[in-house]
Every structure is written in C-alpha cells, then in structure tokens.
Design a protein around this ligand. Structure first.
Ligand code: A2P
Length: 268
C-alpha cells in the first residue's frame, strides 16, 4: 500500500489524501475503517463521498456513505469486499498508516433536510446500506426532528449484523451522546434471510405482513407521522419504496422535502 507522502505526489487534483487509522474485518464480505478527516471538510450526516486508491498509475474511486456523524473528528466507512471489485479488492487490504484518496464534495439524499418533520423515523437498511444511518443516529438534529428512531438492518447472515449491533450499543452507552439526546428513543430491529435467527425474512416481507410493526409494538405506517430513509440494493429500494407509497408516503429530495428518501447502497 502507498504511504500518505507517496500518494500526495501523484494524487489527482481536487482530492484529499487521508491516513487510515483503524480497520476492522467483520466477515469475509464486510469490513469497516476509520481515517483522518481533512480540516475544513464539511458534510451533512447521511451524505456520501467518493473514496479511492491509486491502482497502478490510475485513481479508482467508488461512492461511500460516511458512517461518522457530521461533528466527528475522523471519518468512518463501512465496505463490502468484492473479490475482483475494481476498488474493494484493493481497499480490503488497507492497514493503519496507509493513504486513501477522497474527493472534496460530499452529497446525498439520506439527510434530515430532505424529510419533513414527523413523529417516527424509520431507517430501513440491508447489508452495507446501514452505513449512512450510523451517521444519522449520532446526529442531535435527528433527535430534535423525530421522537422515535427505528433502525432496521436485514442481512443474509447473522455475522453481518454485528456492526450495527455494536454501533447501536455504543451509541446507547456513550455518556456524551446521552447528554445531548435521549438514546433510549433509538431502537434496532434485525432480520436475517439465510441463517436461523429469531427474526427471519426480508424487510419488505416483514412490512407487507405487518410483522415488523407487531414485533415493534407500533401502529402500521401512517403518512401523518411516519418518515423513512431507505438504503440497500437497487431491488430492495424499489420494493421498499413501493410499499411506502402504498401506505401513502411521498418521496422527497433535498430541494423538495417529503415523507421518505432513498439511496442505493454502494458496492464495487
Ligand atoms: P435474500 O437473502 O433473500 O437475498 P445483499 O447482501 O445481497 O445486499 O442482501 C442483503 C439483504 O437484503 C439480504 O437479507 C437479502 O435477502 C435482502 N434483499 C435482497 N433483495 C431484496 C429486496 N428486493 N427487498 C428486500 N430485501 C432484499
């Protein structure tokens, strides 16, 4: 891997060169890393940015949701490992001290600004789609805007749930965060599709059957008070969006806040 000094010399214009500070491998398909945050780099919780490496003499970039909240000192990302993925086949080898490229402009729709105020915020995620919500659930603004936060994370295997479970546990235990907002208003709902687990099935099936709401002991989706952010594969977005629309919720955007927003979980 390249050191930050070596990368500075060949980095494309308009990119930051940052240093990896920690790497955690969760499964053979998922890992998570922290890196330094450039001074002056601003983003809204839930946004994504382009992350890259030099592969040979060419920069290779992919979009990554920033998993840290907008106030954090460092930047945190959650990645899949695609064996022959143009970026992740290399990125999965990074170690503390290595250099990573980051383009300067963050963007995205999974932000508080794109939703109108409501009572309950659902964050529906599958796989690495949980990453933007790791940011949103640590932002005081989310707790100001919504009374109750429900993060759903559905994965193929039980081992893939660990990142989200550790994250929510750390939010609930964090003294500083608890001084800022009441983290008991945050709930995590897990389901698994390819391993035995007490909560089984795709999130779409659990919404459609109503089991999700029964398990959580909340009323069915209601456009008057429920808001949602969705992040997963293209198919998951399409199917979940259609269920929310059937329930009467309207899709919003940064320039047109409404009742739910979607963003594809990135891969490659
Ligand atoms: P399944 O195991 O039935 O494919 P992936 O890692 O492929 O992104 O999948 C993450 C989770 O999303 C898996 O539990 C997978 O279930 C589920 N999933 C895949 N497609 C959809 C969909 N169209 N709607 C809801 N969940 C989906």
């Amino acid at each position: 891997m390249t050191s930050p000094a070596e990368l500075e010399a060949c980095a494309p214009a308009g990119t930051f060169v940052e240093t990896v500070t920690s790497v955690t491998h969760y499964t053979d398909r998922l890992f998570h890393f922290h890196m330094t945050r450039p001074s002056g780099f601003r983003f809204r919780s839930g946004e994504f940015v382009m992350i890259g490496l030099m592969v040979g003499d060419k920069p290779v970039f992919r979009a990554y949701s920033i998993a840290s909240p907008s106030w954090a000192e460092d930047l945190e990302f959650f990645s899949i490992k695609v064996p022959d993925g143009p970026l992740t086949s290399h990125l999965q080898q990074i170690k503390p001290g290595d250099a990573v490229l980051m383009r300067k402009k963050p963007t995205g729709t999974l932000v508080n600004d794109a939703l109108v105020k409501g009572r309950r915020l659902y964050m529906f995620s599958t796989g690495t789609g949980i990453a933007p919500f790791a940011s949103v659930i640590r932002d005081p603004e989310t707790y100001e805007k919504f009374d109750e936060l429900i993060l759903t994370h559905s994965c193929r295997e039980v081992a893939e749930l660990k990142y989200g479970q550790d994250l929510v546990a750390s939010v609930k235990e964090d003294e500083m965060l608890n001084e800022l907002f009441d983290t008991s208003r945050l709930r995590l709902y897990n389901s698994v599709t390819r391993d035995p687990f007490p909560f089984q099935g795709r999130i779409t099936d659990l919404i459609e059957s109503g089991k999700l709401f029964t398990d959580l002991d909340v009323p069915p989706l209601d456009p008057a008070c429920d808001r949602a952010m969705i992040c997963g594969s293209a198919e998951m977005l399409k199917d979940t969006k259609s269920l929310l629309e059937q329930a009467g919720l309207t899709e919003g955007a940064n320039n047109r806040p409404a009742e739910f927003v979607i963003e594809r979980a990135f891969a490659g």
